[in-house]
Design a protein around this ligand. Structure first.
Ligand code: GLC
Length: 791
């Protein structure tokens, strides 16, 4: 159940016994201090909520929290009173809070301190949380951000912002504002999420090296604590509160192509045909703002797209889905139905002086849909009916920080880059208004919700796909994110790994960036390297700005076309892994791409590494992000690693130099793992004609490997309807050269879509590298065990 705009369940508050009742078991503890009432709740044994509400502050508002009933339905804690402190104990944690001031520590079950010396103070219209930051602790998350993955030593500003095109490692606020961080100390992780949509800052040891200080201008301070102790646990706990990315439609995990803009039906069709002629796999074409009539949302430029429905049908026959862009700025035009209707209903953001606030964006003079009004959310969703009926499969939402732009404004209008709406602009129903200052960081969440829920209502039989630029905590419930307007430069290619890992550690499983870079002309080698990296990120789309050189995968001829084709083919080969990981993300909040720290939380070189990533737990990607490089240093986490392609076995916990001629992206597979891999298809909808390959990597006798495999029929309720295929695959290298492989159906009624299963053994120590075993399936529910004798 999703509980929007809701305060923490009222009945729990009302029933909360006072801390003076003793001894007590309670789900809520409260005490009154000079700065306000502090309430502490246990939502689960490993999730706590702290709320300090100054006297007279309005009820807490949240757009981030999705009450996922079972996981967070509350947990009792025992309260013990001593002279000056109360101890609140859950099965997993103990909070020791002083009665003299809102000061507390949080300890784990074994007595070790997770967060020490927390103090919440109020003053100057601000609320502050200060806590101890242990020496050597690393801090991850905080949304998509540039610079090192470890944010310790920086101050993060939470204010969704369209950054300048030349943003770099030192840039602070970007498109996403997610006040959630994961602290990793001596291999143990915990998380803190500050639930506010107002402007805030988080100092991670910048001012005082051993202090974490959060400061908000919002009316109250609400913080959640997640006990970990692994990165995966913290993400599971955080997404139990803020929600998880639903399973995307299968096509959205395929390759996608975009440009600002494919401006006519002929051009769009020609692009799709060229993909097929070049044999470069692709699943979707994006239409940027020029498909509209004068940048009016939900209209078509009928001169250039005279038959949208016919075009989308033809693209569909070629195996392409269509995604159209929608912006929140609405053209001020008395003859435009959306403007008339919204103006009449008072659905636009208001100026503090009264009337709709008018500013500037693509259509010229514009007003903004006010997503803080619940009716606007459903009204906006309904506007997508025409697009859905024409066959549009997904919606791309943009400029939703929200951002103004003067590109097509009259000469005298000057809007600085990245300007948003005025802080005193008014949102929400007349009876319950709130300022833009308080709503800014939630604007994109609610626009994504409006879009996602609209699409889901209009086409309940299919999975909705929304792509958003701006995002807040919880946006992952509705939309995938991309990294916005990068520049086609090696410097920005280098930032891609941090941006996407950071977003993944902030709850966004489905992320990616514009392959080739957005602003300025890309170069052949840059496009090739960017395609190699981008094809292994969860969301894979080539996109570029107006007036830049063409950068479709074939734009520069050979050898670049073949390099791009091979990179995209590899993505389609790995599709079973992407689908399985997307399902894992929907269940547990685990990102699809992960930092090395995910599997090596104690290995300092892995913790420092932010130019490599893991696809899942077992495939290590070391992208080439330096112009002219033909090799690179690779940090291997502890364990043993097979070099992809050569099957050379390398010891972990060391750096190696990997060769990387233009046609090669260094990849490594963890020993003791299984990768399910498919044959290349031209789209994800194509029926595979090749068997599913189970690539089994074992380095020594006695080693085992296990993998989960998930596939489904793409229906939004596949899980409930049983229209899925879940398997556990297991391999063990027993003594005397016997290797046992089993594939066992663990759930679902869906027949495996592949015409058979091939087992490929990748073994070390001079043993024959691979052995193929094919099994043709007559039984949809195939389970089998196979023994190999090797050596
Ligand atoms: C913004 C988007 C970009 C898009 C352009 C025109 O800059 O980030 O992707 O192409 O607007 O719609």
């Amino acid at each position: 159940m999703i509980n929007h705009n809701a305060d923490y369940p009222a009945e729990q508050k009302a029933n909360a016994p006072s801390p003076t009742v003793e001894p007590a078991r309670t789900a809520s503890w409260q005490a009154e201090y000079a700065s306000g009432v502090l309430a502490i709740d246990a939502l689960a044994p490993d999730i706590l909520r702290f709320a300090l509400a100054p006297t007279g502050s309005p009820p807490h508002r949240t757009w981030s929290v999705a009450a996922v009933a079972e996981e967070t339905s509350g947990c009792d804690f025992a309260v013990e009173r001593a002279d000056a402190v109360d101890s609140l104990r859950t099965p997993g944690m103990t909070v020791t809070v002083t009665r003299a001031a809102p000061r507390f520590t949080i300890a784990r079950a074994d007595g070790s301190i997770a967060i020490g010396d927390v103090e919440i103070t109020a003053g100057d219209g601000r609320l502050r949380w200060v806590s101890a930051l242990a020496d050597g602790a690393r801090v991850f998350g905080g949304g998509e951000r540039t610079g090192p993955l470890d944010k310790r030593g920086r101050t993060l500003t939470f204010w969704a912002t369209d950054p300048k095109p030349n943003f770099d490692e030192t840039t602070d606020a970007m498109y996403q504002s997610v006040p959630f961080v994961i602290i990793l100390d001596q291999g143990l992780a915990h998380g803190i999420f500050f639930d506010s949509s107002a402007r805030a800052t988080l100092d991670l040891g910048a001012m005082h090296t051993s202090e974490l200080a959060y400061e908000t201008t919002g009316p109250d301070l609400v913080a959640y604590f997640f006990a970990g102790p692994t990165l995966g646990d913290v993400l599971r706990q955080y997404t139990a509160i803020t929600g998880r990315a639903p399973m995307p439609p299968r096509w959205a995990l395929g390759n996608q192509q975009s440009r600002w803009s494919y401006a006519t039906a002929e051009e769009a069709l020609a692009i799709a045909k060229r993909f097929r002629a070049e044999r470069i796999p692709c699943d979707a074409l994006h239409l940027d703002i020029d498909y509209m009539d004068g940048f009016r949302d939900f209209t078509w430029n009928t001169a250039n797209f005279p038959d949208a429905r016919g075009l989308i049908r033809m693209l569909g026959e070629l195996g392409f889905r269509v995604v159209t862009i929608i912006d929140p700025g609405i053209k001020v035009d008395e003859s435009y139905h959306l403007y008339q209707d919204g103006a009449q209903k008072n659905y636009f953001v208001r100026a503090v002086t009264g009337g709709a606030f008018e500013g500037w964006v693509w259509p010229g003079r514009s007003v903004w849909a006010d997503f803080a009004q619940p009716e606007v959310v459903s009204w906006w969703g309904e506007q997508h009916r025409g697009l859905v009926e024409s066959g549009v499969a997904g919606i791309w939402i943009d400029m939703n920080e929200p951002t103004q732009a003067d590109m097509w404004a009259p000469e005298h209008v000057h809007i600085p880059h990245g300007a948003s709406l005025p802080l005193d602009a008014v949102h929400g129903p007349e009876c319950d208004p709130l300022s833009h200052a308080d709503f800014h960081n939630a604007y994109a969440i609610e626009m994504a919700r409006a879009t996602y829920e609209g699409l889901t209502r209009l086409a309940p039989e299919r999975r909705s796909f929304v792509l958003t630029r701006a995002a807040g905590a919880g946006s992952q419930r509705y939309a995938a994110v991309w990294n916005g307007d990068t520049t086609s430069s090696w410097a920005h290619l280098r930032l891609a790994t941090s941006l996407n890992l950071g977003a993944g550690l902030s709850g966004f499983a489905l992320t990616g960036g514009d392959i080739g870079g957005f602003w300025e002309d890309t170069t052949p080698a840059l496009l090739a390297r960017w395609t190699q990296l981008g094809a292994l990120l969860p969301f894979c789309r080539n996109h570029s700005a107006i007036n830049t050189a063409r950068q479709e995968p074939w734009a520069f001829g050979e050898p670049y076309t073949s390099v791009c084709r091979a990179a995209i083919e590899l993505r389609y080969r790995l599709l079973p892994i992407f689908v399985t990981l997307a399902h894992e993300a929907a269940r547990s909040g685990a990102p699809i791409v992960r930092p090395l720290a995910w599997i090596a939380p104690q290995h300092s070189e892995s913790l420092d590494c932010d130019d490599e990533f893991l696809l899942g737990d077992n495939l290590l990607v070391a992208p080439i992000v330096t112009e002219g490089a033909v090799e690179r240093r690779v940090t291997l986490p502890p364990g043993e690693w097979f070099e992809w392609g050569s099957d050379v076995l390398l010891a972990g916990a060391q750096q190696v130099v990997a060769p990387a001629p233009l046609d090669r992206i260094p990849l490594f597979v963890r020993a003791g793992s299984i990768l399910p891999i498919a044959g290349v298809t031209q789209s994800t909808q194509e029926q595979p004609t090749q068997p599913l390959e189970l690539h089994i990597y074992l380095s020594h006798e006695g080693q085992s490997a296990t993998a989960e495999f998930w596939d489904d029929d793409d229906h939004p309720q596949a899980e409930q309807r049983g229209s899925f295929a879940a398997y556990t695959i297991h391999a063990t290298w027993r003594e005397r050269g016997v290797i046992e492989v089993s594939m066992e159906r663990t759930g679902g009624d869906l027949a495996l879509r592949y015409p058979g299963v091939d087992i490929r053994l990748h073994l070390a120590s001079g043993v024959v590298a691979t052995e193929a075993y094919s099994r043709t399936m007559h039984d949809a529910h195939l389970s089998f065990t196979k023994r190999f004798v090797i050596g």
